[in-house]
Design a protein around this ligand. Structure first.
Ligand code: FES
Ligand code: FES
Length: 152
């Protein structure tokens, strides 16, 4: 099926079979490997991107379902530098192996955009769909709190 979508501000016109996942379209067709393939069952959150401004697990969405959508991946969020959230994650040592980091970042950018909060339990609840085997989440919580503080 022919599909047209916008990825990180650029038009993508391509074809995708009915079983192609959005994460695989992004990685294999668009060459954007920031979104990772972890579990492919909707558990780990390594594949999170934003579709029309909201975080989505791209292993749980077919490429054809993104026809006409605006998709943003980790490669598209920062222009020439890092976002305030990425700076804060860096400062808090919130990335170790980094496998979860793009997906976690895309989820947290959604939180900051739509429901900014410095409440630790609320941030942890938001991150329930993003698994990190390295950091224990404290650094991500502190990073969000730093950004929210800077928004005031
Ligand atoms: S790869 Fe999508 S949730 Fe794990
Ligand atoms: S930094 Fe390694 S899985 Fe999160």
């Amino acid at each position: 099926m022919r599909i047209s979508l916008t990825v990180n501000g650029s038009g993508v016109n391509t074809s995708a079979g009915p079983d192609v996942l959005l994460v695989n379209l992004l990685r294999d067709t668009c060459g954007l490997t920031g979104a990772k393939v972890g579990c492919e069952t909707g558990q780990c959150g390594a594949c999170v991107v934003q579709v029309d401004g909201r975080s989505v697990k791209s292993c749980q969405m077919l490429a054809v379902q993104a026809d006409g959508a605006e998709v943003t991946t980790i490669e598209g969020v920062a222009g020439g530098g890092l976002t305030a959230l990425q700076e804060a994650i860096w400062a808090e040592h919130g990335a170790q192996c980094g496998y979860c980091t793009p997906g976690m970042t895309m989820s947290l950018l959604d939180l900051l955009e739509h429901e900014p909060t410095s409440d630790g339990p609320a941030i942890r609840a938001w991150l329930a769909g993003n698994m990190c085997r390295c950091t224990g989440y404290n650094a991500a919580v502190r990073a969000v709190q730093t950004v929210v503080k800077g928004m005031k």
